[in-house]
Structures are given as C-alpha cells and as structure tokens.
Design a protein. Sequence first.
Length: 461
Amino acid sequence: MFFNEPGLDDIVILDPEWLVSAATKIICEFSIHDLEEHRTAQRTKAKSWNALTRSAELNVDLLPVLWSTHDAATRAQLLGLMVKFGLAVPMRDHSTFLIPALLTTSPERVTRLYKTAAASGVKPDVQHTAYFVFSLEDQLDSTQALEIESASREGFLPTGFFARVLGKCVSWSQSTHGAPVQLSQSHAIISFGGDRALLSELPEWNCIRILLLQDNVLAAERCSALIQEVISECMPRLCCHLMLPAPGLGGDTAPALTHSPPTDDGGHLLPLERIRAAACGSLSLWSGQEQLHHLQLQTSYSLWLPSTGRLDAYELLVSYRHSAKQDSECAAKLSDGLGSGSQDQFLFGATRRRMRVFLDCIRLGLGQLFVEDIMEAMLNSRVVCPIISADAVRRMEEIEETAAEHSGTIYIICSTSEKDLLGNEVMKQLELLCAINPELIMVSAMVVPSSSSLLGRLYVL
C-alpha cells in the first residue's frame, strides 16, 4: 500500500498485517486481550489508560508504551495511517485522538442524551426526523414509499459503519466550532456550527436516524455529505437513501421524544427527492396509506423543501474552485461555521441573527445564468471572500514548482469597505473562527495596498 499524501508518501506497506498488528494494540476488546503492553500502560500511564478504555480517548503519551517496538518516526506514520482510515480522529488539543471503535454505551448514557435532546424543545415530528437507509446496489426501491419492514429485510448496514460516520462528524464539528459532541457507541449529539442533531444507529432497520434539534435541515445535509465520504472511501457499492417518515393519517405525528429512545415500530418512509419533486412540481405522492397532495407535502415537509434561492443581500460571499477538494471543504466549513451561529458567538448585528452567507451550491439552481447571479451577489455582499489555493491558480498561471511547494495551503483573502461597520463585524467573525479553529490561521491584518478604500485580511488554512 502507498498513499501519495503529505506525511504518508515516504512509506510503502508491503505487509498489511504490520498495520493491523499495530492498530489492534489500541483497538481491541481489552477484557479479552491481555497484552504486556496493556499491563505496562496500566502501571505507568494509568490516567491515559483509563481515558482510552473508558472514554475512547487516546493520548499520544501512550504510544511509546503500546508501540514500544517502533521508533518515534514509525509511530507517527502508524498514527497517520489510523487517521487516514478513520480509526483515529484528531481532537483540538492535537495530543488526543478519539477512537470511535472503542466507544461504549449504557442505558444511563443513552437516557442522558435523550434528556439533552428533549431539552431543546424540538418535537420529533416528520419535519425534524429523517432516516439514512442503507442497502447494497439495487436491493431497495428508493423511488417510492418504503415500508420500514422492507428496510429490515432487504437493507444492509455494515458493522462499524456508524463509528466511521461519527469520526467524520466529530472532525467536521471541530472545524466549525460546534458545541462538544456527546458520544456513545450507538447514539450521539453532534453540532455543526450552531446546528445540532441526535444521531442513532438502528441496526435492526439497517438505517441511521437523525433528529434535528432546531428548525432547519443543515445538520442532516452535512451528515448526508459525510456519509457519502465514508461510502466513497471504503464501501463504494453501499447505497444510502435519505428518507422522511410518512405522516400518519390526518396528521404529521411521529414517535414522541421522552427521556428514553422513541421506537420505530412500523410505518412508511418517503424518499426526500420524491417529496421535493412532488411538492415543487404540483404533483401528488403515495405515502403507503394515502395520496398526498402537493399542498399537504409543502405543509408537512416545509423545512426540507428547497430554499427560495437568492437573497436580496448577504454578509459574506464565499468564492472557490469547485474541482479542488480542499477548497470546497474550506468553503463549506466557513459557511457552516459562520452561517449557523450558536447561542453565544457567530451571531450578527444588533438583532444577533445568523449571518447570511452566499455559497453558490446552496444559493444557485440549475439552469440559471450563474455568472450574472454571482456578480449581483458580490455587489450585494458586505464581505467578499475568495479562497485561493495552489490548485485554484494552476489554471491561471504556470506555477508548478510553487504549487508543489504550497499545495497544502489555502489563502482566504477578504475585503470590505473601511466605513462599513457591519462589514467589519463580519471580518471580526472570521478572525474569531480562525482564533478557535486550529486548522485556520490568520496570518495578517492590513490595508490592501492596491485600494485605499478596501480593508483586506489574509487567512491561511
């Protein structure tokens, strides 16, 4: 095995057992595998050992003990490989890694999670509840109402998949400065910016349920994208369908959220794509029990219907190169972090509302004259934020050597009028996001020399 990535491009793995043997010193059933390295860690690093075995948190001071036969450089490579495969997730302090496969659960911990969710005040109706249904290719018909029993019989959710998804969620949450993630083996409260959700693994139904803890669907859309990342990385034949529960006859009720997990004991699920197509196209949709008119769909699933698109004005416009994966991720993290404010930060203006962010993939629709729309959005944005990386400029200039030297760097150059007080507040929000995010570093704050009327700041990812 060979990976052409920084930190891993100087190692070739001839025998995968070498990596497996090292990883299983950390990921194993500790009550069964009684290893000398484990006994040594218990004696010499008791606090870090307890954190690993009880909280799934790996402190780097355990590595010389658990991987005592490897030198420091090799240990760094092994840890990098575990991160690469989603077996370890770096935490903010850079000295601790979450090991999702070691997460445990208990009735008490699950009850605490549901109490936290219930405290949000959001009801688990059909608007706030959704299901990611998994199957192998062509095993489930995702074009019509699906009886949940069919998902149980014909679906497929691999063991260990939920842990990989949780790892992705934790990583993204840290990049958008969400509230601390509350985790267990089968349930988690995740936060992307100010958007929170309760994730639950339902292996008996081959699905993952998401309960939105606010009145928007951004957390579900972000989870959907992260799930697709996991699928593309390790299980390309796995299919995931985002579905919503069909409303009951004469209503839109769903299982009540109490201090214990709601049950999923029957009913039908509707594909989100079909709901949107019917609601926006003045069509009807069979729910498994009745025909739902497009007006009923618009009422029952209003949170999930497409945005009206362009707004009259924005606080921040983010511009980036689509084909550059790192640029796209940076743009999405800025949008999540600044456009979904939490209760105490990233809220904007005198009314402390969420910032209006222009990101083309969520503001522009197919068939629109996007160049004109983007130019109009730029004219109506307080801050314009182009993201410029080596990949972004390769098409503009022949700078192969420079691009190779700085291929991991992304520059975010922002500008606004010096006299625009609200625009400068947006700049301060960007600086705050940099200050609390280890991946985003503010390099300088200066007046752009080319224009005395613009205030510019440079950020580097």
